[in-house]
Design a protein around this ligand. Structure first.
Ligand code: NAD
Length: 424
């Protein structure tokens, strides 16, 4: 009865196609709530904006910006903003939908949203980046707000960009509104522990998975794709737990070190050079060979669609921890499950960032700030509790952790949908 969306053309390998396949897999486990499943296949609100800015040389450039609110049944929208030349509406829709699932999986009182600008931010000066961020914030000002939809950092966005967004929104409404974005600088209402929270959540879920599988983290071999915020923070925590980071890959290159990288040297190298490439404490390797390396834990922490069916057949690892959103295609998921390689899916694995974003938002509302220890302890407790429920669900139905996470989350979303009822 519901005609398909006209404005998106998903394929089995595209982000929205991947998400739709994941929804199809969970529907048989939704019982009577399956009646509402179509709501998961359609974003509630999709905003496309033109972002014109004056460049430093006096010319005018236009960028395409998006804010998608996938589902708001459980609370305001929540999700990051991505600056990347390959951002599309379809990608932002999928990222928004995964936020709905993630927020419900860890039981945060949020719906799911995501934003993005189709731009190469590295080609802009700092002033151009600020003008673009401010104009984008004003354009999406129609739909964001501390009680409506709360953006946060994602790929190529950071605390400075959140500060500009907070300031622009505050100027427009005539009052300082710290709760409109999370991931802000600490002295502007940011939270301790936020920067590394996603990586910490990846570590916590990885530690639990390793414990259940009997993998000793001391000496465990870890490979990390994407050495930005998420990948480097997770790598540091695995390193502190005694694991060896034996391979790292980013947009600039692939480096391996059988004895394990010295992260105290690698992290500053990446800060200074912008890439792992050229790091003297390891050997350069061919990009595709990254997927053949033997590891106990593999952490994709870059972009979507990295673990294809072909790569899934070659992987030599025991656990995949999805730091990135959407790194594994559905066909690859099946192959990994058949091969007995455990996948801790993005929608729980990387939920640490939004969990501490939630702490930040709560702290902003109460103007009372917690210590970093309190934050890390609460984060650990929430992630461990959420993962246990998901694991029990997976065991109960003999399904993958991904489908179990969708089952737990979709039940919460659709229950809220049913209880609120349809308006009018
Ligand atoms: P980031 O911009 O800090 O880092 C991205 C990393 O990916 C960089 O190291 C970059 O070089 C690498 N990369 C880009 N293209 C690549 C390619 N083709 N091959 C290999 N590496 C490539 O971004 P981030 O915040 O660390 O986000 C990484 C992933 O984690 C994204 O999927 C994002 O959506 C997800 N995520 C981030 C957060 C957060 O709090 N930042 C929260 C949840 C999920």
């Amino acid at each position: 009865m519901s005609p398909p969306l006209s404005y998106v053309h998903p394929t089995p390998e595209s982000p929205w196609g991947t998400y739709l396949a994941q929804v199809d897999r969970v529907v048989p486990y939704l019982g009577r709530l399956a009646r509402w499943a179509e709501t998961l296949r359609r974003p509630k609100r999709t905003l496309i904006v033109d972002v014109p800015i004056e460049m430093d040389d006096g010319t005018v450039a236009h960028f395409e910006g998006y804010r998608v609110q996938h589902n708001l049944s459980r609370g305001p929208g929540k999700g990051g903003v991505r600056y990347h030349p390959a951002v599309t509406l379809e990608e932002v829709m999928a990222l928004a939908a995964w936020m709905s699932i993630k927020n419900a999986a860890v039981n945060l009182p949020y719906g799911g949203a995501k934003g993005g600008i189709r731009v190469d931010p590295k080609a802009l000066s700092l002033k151009e980046l600020e003008r673009m961020t401010r104009r984008y914030t004003s354009e999406i000002g129609l739909v964001i707000g501390p009680n409506q939809d709360i953006p946060a950092p994602d790929v190529n966005t950071n605390a400075q960009i959140m500060a500009w967004m907070m300031d622009t929104y505050s100027m427009n409404v005539g009052a300082t509104a710290t709760g409109v974005v999370t991931g802000k600088p600490i002295h502007l209402g940011g939270s301790l522990g936020r920067v590394k929270a996603t990586g910490r959540g990846v570590f916590v879920t990885g530690r639990e998975a390793a414990r259940r599988l009997g993998i000793d983290l001391e000496g465990a071999r870890v490979a990390v794709q994407g050495f930005g915020n998420v990948g480097s923070s997770a790598a540091e925590l695995f390193g502190q737990a005694g694991a060896k980071i034996v391979a790292v890959q980013d947009h600039g290159g692939t480096m391996v070190n059988e004895r394990g990288f010295d992260l105290a040297e690698l992290v500053p190298h990446v800060k200074a050079q912008g890439t792992v490439a050229g790091f003297p404490g390891g050997e350069a390797a061919d990009a595709e060979s990254f997927w053949d390396l033997r590891s106990d834990i593999l952490i994709p922490a870059a972009l979507e669609g990295q673990i294809t069916a072909e790569r899934a057949r070659r992987l030599r690892t025991r656990v995949v921890l999805e730091g990135a959103n959407g790194p594994t295609l559905p066909a690859a998921d099946d192959i990994l499950a058949d091969r007995g390689i455990l996948v801790v899916p993005d929608v729980i694995c990387n939920a640490g960032g939004v969990t501490v974003s939630y702490f930040e938002w709560v702290q902003d509302f109460s103007s009372f700030f917690w210590t970093e220890d309190e934050i890390n302890l609460r984060l650990d407790k929430i992630m461990v509790g959420a993962l246990k429920k998901i694991w029990d669900t997976a065991d109960g139905h003999a399904i993958t952790l991904r489908t179990a996470t969708f089952a737990v989350a979709c039940e919460r979303i659709l229950m809220a949908r049913e209880e609120r009822g349809l308006y009018p």
